[in-house]
Design a binder for this molecule. Structure first.
Ligand code: SF4
Length: 278
């Protein structure tokens, strides 16, 4: 785990109490609250299991687990595994998810079709620069934790890959996507990466931080892409203010549903939501 000090912006305000059984705040918890406060309550306060999980979510995390497995071998200086072993990691992850709750497949998709897609993507990954980052790998799925604001509990997350070259300390975030991203899209999606860049800033004092997205597309012939995101103090400050506002709302226990087709179609708490009386 990479643990860093609480930041310089000292004020007289004291950190507020943490939510039940959690002494930290994560980016995904904040995003969940922003999309639907009631979903946040079910997931993070009541800690209820979801009735179903979407196939796209399981696919993304299973592929992520396979990539992590591959990079971890390199971190430990061992010969990196090939497609069959990585595909087995993918399968094991899907089976483990299925044993917890049913997987909801969209029309026209099933487990076999997704596994074929995973095999194509892992083959492409292994042939690309994504599989062999240039430099010294310092962390894979590394826990990063530290302060963002004295008004917040510590922020905690997992950086997919941290590696060092002579020029910079790079934090890389892996994404599976339907198509390649534009630079504009990368900057729009960069809040979590900027946050992790902030949390690792003192790992090698004085070393410039580089933030990157590594994209693996779901095309029939998958493609890869590495996109650099420019560190932005203004954007980080905006994220800090968003976290403070969301944390204040969490502290007020003001939970309410935000129904919309986008929010609810993949939500595993629909039953609890329908029964909720406020
Ligand atoms: S079903 Fe929709 S409104 Fe209800 S908790 Fe889930 S996301 Fe929120």
């Amino acid at each position: 785990m990479i643990r860093l000090a609480v930041p310089s912006q000292a004020t007289n305000s004291k950190p507020l109490a943490a939510p039940v059984q959690r002494d930290y705040l994560s980016y995904s918890a904040v995003r969940t609250f922003q999309s639907c406060p009631l979903k946040y309550k079910f997931r993070y306060v009541d800690q209820l299991p979801e009735a179903v999980v979407s196939a796209s979510l399981v696919f993304g995390s299973a592929l992520h687990a396979a990539v992590e497995h591959h990079l971890r071998f390199q971190l430990e200086g061992e010969t990196a595994p090939g497609v069959p072993q990585l595909l087995q990691v993918y399968r094991d992850h899907v089976h483990a998810a299925q044993s917890q709750q049913p997987i909801k497949y969209p029309r026209g998709e099933d487990a076999a079709a997704l596994e074929e897609q995973a095999a194509r993507m892992l083959t492409t990954y292994l042939q690309s620069e994504l599989a062999t980052p240039v430099g010294r790998i310092l962390g894979v799925e590394e826990q990063v934790r530290g302060g963002l604001s004295p008004r917040l509990p510590e922020i905690m997350g997992y950086a997919d890959l941290i590696f060092e070259t002579d020029e910079a300390l790079t934090v890389r975030d892996f994404k599976t996507a339907k198509a390649k991203w534009s630079l504009e899209q990368a900057n729009e999606q960069s809040d979590q990466l900027l946050l992790y860049g902030h949390l690792v800033r003192d790992l090698i004092p004085g070393k410039p931080i580089r933030l990157q997205f590594a994209i693996l597309t779901k095309h029939k012939t998958p493609q890869t892409q590495v996109l650099d995101v420019q560190p932005s103090m203004q954007r980080l400050q905006r994220t800090r203010r968003i976290f403070e506002s969301v944390w204040k709302a969490i502290q007020s226990h003001n939970y309410y549903p935000v129904p919309s087709p986008l929010n609810c179609s993949g939500c595993g708490y629909r039953k609890q939501c329908a029964a909720w009386k406020g």
